[in-house]
Design a protein around this ligand. Structure first.
Ligand code: GSH
Length: 228
């Protein structure tokens, strides 16, 4: 029987899933988690294309619905509506922002360009090669060199958008932090974590102080876990 009002479908290993569980935890919304990998039967049962995450909303206005909400931007909007506080939004003047929408711009850049640059180009091939155990470190480095070069550009561009201190938007924690963090936490767990600049490392240190980050760490690559 379901005891929480929400169920998140997705392994803690999934970076998009962690962005959502970070927010649910930060905002104090109780949830169950069904650990599954993308394109598994469970993923397809809940998402038309077998992607993660899906948020199952068990009740609306006291009526059982078991509504499946897919796509993390839609899930983020829902979470903000049902739990506006503590806010994960920004206002002009936070960090380098002149308008609120720049926070969503950052989220979209981190999502659309971060997953390919960090996970597909570097972290996943590095972990797969290390786990297989057939190549030396320098052979792996040679194999992922194009991915590493692309990742350096990605990290540089994202850092340019960040405030000089504190969170992505300075003193205000936001969805931008929650969408970038899972990717860079994975990266930091690999030798290519050496690409992280002092600014990014300092930001990660700040993030690691958050209870939501600590609570959502088990099951992630950052502590050496493997899916689901
Ligand atoms: N647009 C989706 C992207 C989610 C996504 O890419 N999730 C990854 C796991 S972190 C996935 O399911 N990937 C499967 C694949 O690339 O085939 C969202 O915002 O929720």
């Amino acid at each position: 029987m379901t005891t929480s009002p929400y169920t998140i479908i997705g392994t803690p290993f999934s970076t998009f899933t962690r962005s959502i569980t970070l927010a649910l935890t930060y905002k104090g919304l109780p949830f169950n988690q069904v650990r599954c990998v993308p394109h598994s039967d469970t993923a397809y049962d809940n998402h038309p294309f077998g992607f993660l995450p899906t948020l199952v909303i068990h009740e609306i206005d006291g009526k059982p619905v078991n509504l499946k909400l897919r796509e993390s931007p839609a899930i983020a909007r829902f979470i903000d509506r049902v739990a506006p506080e503590p806010s994960l939004l920004i206002t002009p003047g936070h960090g380098k922002a002149l308008i609120e929408e720049q926070m969503w711009e950052f989220v979209s850049l981190a999502s659309a360009h971060g997953l390919p640059a960090v996970e597909k180009g570097v972290v996943k091939p590095r972990v797969a090669a290390t786990d297989a155990g057939n190549l030396t470190d320098s052979e792996i480095r040679e194999q992922i060199k194009p991915g590493v070069e692309h990742l350096q550009k990605f990290l540089h561009q994202m850092e340019e958008l960040m405030a000089d201190d504190g969170y992505v938007f300075g003193s205000k924690l936001s969805w931008a932090d929650f969408f970038l963090f899972p990717l860079l936490a994975d990266l930091k767990a690999t030798p290519e974590g050496e690409l992280l600049s002092p600014r990014l490392l300092k930001w990660m240190e700040e993030m690691n102080k958050l209870e939501a980050v600590q609570v959502t760490t088990p099951g992630t690559l950052s502590v050496g876990a493997r899916p689901p």
